[in-house]
Ligand binder design. Structure first.
Ligand SMILES: *Cc1c(COP(=O)(O)O)cnc(C)c1O
Length: 418
């Protein structure tokens, strides 16, 4: 790794560490094409007449150690259906972590319940069980745990806590396809596991979602919500419940069947690469990989995340460090802001939701110091780089070292960059 020492960073005009791009995402081949054409020719284009979506969701559930899998439109609607199936609604509170995509909170608003934002563990970046416990009130009905960038939240502590307080646990696994915790897939530990198959996720049909669970009654309730309030086995126009239409199409099911066949090998590749990259980054002062809990057997890396300490980089601000890494040819993402910093919570602009009946939370005064700090000090890399050969993946560490060696120059050059 020292061979590149002394070379100028690309952001200062040097040759970039990477001269070719990393593998592209998404990945597909004739398998997706064949299944799509088969679906077209079979004529059963909606889930009610077809096989692809339902059989994919069943296979995906089995892969993640759950009994049931529902094929839904996306990973926002899966959360909404899970909350509805758990009878969460007006007047109820749902505990949500600060570092996540807006959907983890907006799904709570969708069922007209109140999101209660809590802080995260500084090392895993996942919901802090102690913060959950401190936030519990008589109105608390459920907890949404997000497995951030595929790193599992502390499922032992959370399942125990939810048992003790009689709360529902919904795992938001949108980042965590292929994360296994003590021998079992994530999503199978809580009442529900919610997965997204949107374009950026670890398997994709552009859009899509799967909701997994083990309980028969919860499964039926979630499906009823997603299928216009119908009841399984009853007449098509019998609607005993409130529901909406959240069904996945057969096109998505066809593509995802092929994506799932390819997934275990990709997951293994990403894990090997992530572990190797973690070891290399730990050698660099001021850089600390997101913690992989030792109770995880594997981590579905939605992103590769590490903590960044500006002081070890001559004060180089995070955004400039990211720009410098991007210039070296490293595919960059970016951290979510902490939810409490989003305009929707600052203004309380919830549209038709949370009107008179809502528990009064002054979101503008909510502070989540750990989440806010993490949002301002973590680097998020795109998962596609983890599909490269390990030597190529280690270029990330080489690029970080090179930037560190020239950090002071980049700082003093900052007027001419950005
Ligand atoms: C992507 C994502 C979702 C929502 O999934 P969509 O399929 O885009 O609706 C929910 N939660 C998290 C943490 C996500 O990253």
């Amino acid at each position: 790794m020292s061979t590149l020492t002394g070379e100028r960073p690309a952001i200062l005009g040097g040759a970039p560490v990477r001269t070719s791009d990393y593998p592209a995402w998404p990945v597909w081949d004739d398998r997706e094409r064949d299944l799509l054409v088969d679906t077209l020719d079979a004529g059963g284009w909606w889930q009610g007449d077809g096989q692809q979506a339902a059989s994919f969701a069943a296979a995906f559930a089995t892969y993640h150690s759950a009994r049931h899998g529902l094929a839904l439109t996306n990973g926002t609607h899966t959360l909404e259906a899970a909350l509805a199936a758990c009878d969460v609604g007006e007047g109820d509170e749902v505990v949500v972590p600060g570092i996540t995509f807006i959907a983890s909170a907006s799904a709570v608003l969708a069922v007209n319940a109140t999101p209660v934002l809590v802080d995260i563990d500084p090392e895993t970046l996942c919901i802090d069980p102690a913060a959950v416990e401190a936030a519990i009130t008589p109105a608390t009905k459920a907890v949404i745990a997000v497995h951030v960038a595929g790193a599992a939240a502390d499922l032992d502590a959370l399942t125990d806590l939810c048992d003790r307080y009689d709360l529902r646990l919904i795992e938001d696994c949108a980042h965590a396809h292929g994360t296994f915790w003590r021998g079992r897939g994530v999503g199978s530990w809580g009442d529900f596991g919610s997965f997204s198959m949107q374009r950026s996720k670890l398997m994709t049909a552009g859009e899509g979602g799967v909701l997994i669970c083990n309980d028969d009654e919860l499964r039926d309730r979630a499906w009823s919500y997603a299928d216009c309030g119908r009841q399984a086995g009853e007449w098509f126009y019998h609607h005993p419940n409130y529901g909406s239409n959240l069904r996945m199409t057969e096109w998505q099911g066809a593509v995802l069947t092929a994506q799932l066949e390819r997934f275990p090998e990709q997951n293994e590749r990403r894990n090997t690469a992530a572990v190797a990259l973690g070891a290399a980054l730990e050698e660099i002062e001021g850089v600390r990989p997101q913690r992989r809990d030792e109770r995880m057997d594997s981590q579905g890396n939605y992103c590769y995340v590490f903590h960044y300490d500006t002081e070890a980089f001559a004060g180089l601000p995070l955004r400039q460090f990211e720009a410098a890494l991007g210039a070296e040819g490293i595919p960059m993402g970016v951290s979510y802001p902490s939810l409490n910093e989003l305009a929707i919570f600052r203004t309380g602009n919830f549209g038709p939701r949370l009107r008179d009946s809502a528990p009064a939370i002054d979101y503008s005064s909510v502070r989540l110091p750990v989440a806010e700090h993490a949002a301002a000090s973590t680097v998020w890399l795109q998962h596609r780089l983890l599909l490269a050969d390990v030597e190529d993946v280690l270029d990330v560490a080489r690029a970080v070292s090179r930037i560190q060696q020239h950090a002071a120059e980049i700082v003093s050059d900052k007027g001419s960059t950005t």
